[in-house]
Design a protein around this ligand. Structure first.
Ligand SMILES: [Zn+2]
Length: 306
């Protein structure tokens, strides 16, 4: 595995956000609500529907409402967020996000159930919704070294290992794109044909980039129209690393994902696989930011408008 795909265990002090930090910043539901309101209404100011202009707003008693200082018209910071219709306390939600943002390999709904006292079903549902915030769908990868590879996740193999054969119908194809020492993205595809794989590459890799793949035939036309410079590694010949022609970074991402899904989630429904991939890429892309990942998740959750 390439060095850059390893996640450091030691977190530098300035990137550490401990359980104690968490409890100091978010002692109760009220502090959590105020944090979300602060993201949505900078300096307490928001558009008032009645006054038709930006006004200062203040919290209304113990409710999740804020009222216009001038006319009293109310707004609700949780509208359009994953918290809107939930009866689970905000602090429990924040704690679940803290756990997701603090782990290296993923965390199970069982663990959240144990640590917060919500039911397994509730914990599982919270996870699903938090994970839905972690997509990096618009990410553009570029540069002199972008690695592309495909793999298969989930299902039950009938024969051996490697690319699937007849009878392995439940395996889901996934294409991964990794900038060496940079960002990563992984997408579920309906099959591993050139059409699907190159479709994802064209969407997420900036033209002019140098793309490294193995000899899988679906990549044959990658350099067509001189859109990309294409370098290939001959895995079949047993040559894994020839100078800088390798796909070690994307293979590092696969091992991270497969270790996590195998070890933590055990079984992933293909329907939810994309969300899990998003979670792993989100984590991978912030692997140098310690457990400040929590704050990145929190910002997405606070600003989300459905
Ligand atoms: Zn008003």
């Amino acid at each position: 595995m390439a060095n850059d795909s390893k996640v450091k265990q030691h977190i530098p002090k300035e990137l550490r956000y401990s359980m104690r930090d968490f409890n100091l910043e978010f002692p109760n539901d009220s502090a959590c609500l105020q944090y979300i309101a602060d993201q949505k209404y900078p300096e307490g100011r928001a558009q008032c529907a009645k006054c038709k202009q930006v006004r200062k707003h203040h919290r209304v008693g113990n409710r999740t409402a804020y009222a216009c200082d001038y006319c009293g018209s109310q707004i609700y910071p949780l509208v359009g967020t994953i918290f809107e219709k939930s009866t689970t306390p905000l602090k429990t939600w924040f704690y679940a996000m803290y756990l997701i943002g603090s782990t290296r390999c993923g965390i199970s709904a069982k663990q959240v159930q144990r640590e917060t006292g919500v039911t397994y079903k509730t914990a599982w549902r919270m996870f699903k919704q938090i994970r839905s915030l972690l997509s990096e769908g618009d990410l553009q990868l570029e540069g002199p070294t972008v690695e592309v590879d495909e793999t298969y996740v989930g299902g039950v193999r009938k024969y051996g290992v490697g690319r699937p054969m007849r009878g392995d119908k439940k395996k889901t194809a996934v294409v991964g794109i990794v900038q060496r020492r940079g960002m990563a993205i992984a997408k579920v595809v309906s099959d591993a044909t050139a059409k699907r794989l190159l479709g994802v590459v064209r969407k997420h890799v900036t033209p002019g980039s140098t793309v490294y793949t193995d000899e899988f035939p679906s990549y044959n036309t990658l350099a067509k129209g001189r859109r990309y410079i294409h370098r290939r590694i001959r895995h079949a010949a047993g040559i894994y690393v020839k100078g800088d022609i390798h796909t070690n970074s994307v293979e590092g991402l696969w091992s991270l994902i497969k270790r996590g899904i195998g070890g933590v989630y055990h079984h992933v429904d293909p329907e939810y696989l994309q969300h899990y991939l998003d979670e792993y890429c989100f984590r991978y892309n912030r692997r140098h930011s310690g457990n400040q990942q929590f704050k990145a998740i929190l910002l997405r959750a606070s600003r989300q408008v459905s």
